[in-house]
Design a protein around this ligand. Structure first.
Ligand SMILES: [Mn+2]
Length: 286
């Protein structure tokens, strides 16, 4: 697997890099279109075409080093066994004072990353989710670590904030905290972005940001396993990430659920979003 951005080795050495990309090519529990296991490689392949200079932050994130780790071995059928593998990778990066960026894979790959971040920042972590789906089922298809349960596991570890939600089960709705849930239709009805102040009001010192790409509208990013209409646009997700990074320290993040098709714009947008998020984190804190 080549490295993210296809950067020279001087900018991708594990010791000197401020960012570690952790590919997790896992897809065992997705229920509609399979293929998220090919997501990390598609993002890395597309990243070779992303310009290194980031216009909004006027920065070149690779100058602070972006190391791409070997992919996590993903042969386990139940994500409950994958979580410790991801947790250990992410914990080592956090312990080194670097920014872990997990590339999925289906959303269950995030659970181990949540565990590592919650362990590292007890009492000060909030897990912020951008997603079309609530993912707060306690169990699904016999597993507590199914992709549909990711935010239930997050909620076990730290307060959560959910943004862009537009598909949930009635049982999830009943258990949701309305003040911590930003439904997509409310966001789209408030184009001035004032709702983002409601998000930042909920943030704590340390943030783990989990981005399910289906949080974006499928008109710009259709290559996800479970697309839902009525999602966020590019500008909104960028502004949101900037506000979060300015308000709190994003200590780790993931970008998950790219299910590559022949729609190459999806792969590119995912890669660009990864770089944009890194740029905003660096600009604010690294
Ligand atoms: Mn989703």
């Amino acid at each position: 697997m080549s490295n993210f951005l296809d950067i020279p080795v001087e900018f991708s050495h594990p010791e000197t890099s401020s960012v570690h990309i952790i590919p997790v090519p896992y897809d065992m529990t997705s229920t509609y279109r399979k293929g998220a296991d090919r997501g990390p490689q598609a993002i890395i392949d597309a990243s070779a075409q992303v310009e290194w200079f980031d216009i909004p932050t006027r920065s070149e994130p690779h100058l602070k080093g972006i190391h791409t780790q070997e992919a996590v071995a993903c042969s386990e059928p139940d994500p409950i066994h994958l979580a410790p593998m991801v947790r250990d990778r992410v914990a080592a990066v956090l312990d080194a004072g670097k920014l872990p960026v997990v590339l999925g894979g289906e959303h269950s790959v995030s659970i181990g990353a949540f565990e590592a971040a919650a362990q590292k920042f007890p009492g000060s972590l909030t897990i912020v989710q951008i997603d079309a789906h609530g993912d707060t089922r306690e169990s699904y298809h016999g597993s507590t670590h199914n992709h549909a349960c990711v935010m239930a596991r997050a909620r076990d570890l730290a307060p959560i904030v959910q943004i862009g939600i537009r598909a949930i089960d009635k049982v999830e709705m009943d258990a949701m905290e309305p003040s911590r849930t930003f439904f997509a239709h409310d966001i789209l009805d408030a184009p001035d972005g004032g709702w983002m102040d409601g998000v930042t009001d909920l943030l704590t010192d340390h943030i783990y940001l989990t981005i399910d790409l289906d949080g974006l509208d499928p008109s710009i990013l259709p290559s996800t396993g479970t697309p839902e209409p009525g999602g966020l646009d590019w500008r909104t997700i960028n502004t949101l990430i900037r506000k979060i990074a300015e308000n709190s320290k994003i200590v780790g993040l993931d970008v998950v659920e790219l299910c590559p098709t022949d729609h190459h714009a999806s792969d590119f947008i995912a890669a660009k979003l990864v770089l944009r998020a890194i740029a905003e984190c660096q600009s604010a804190h690294l």
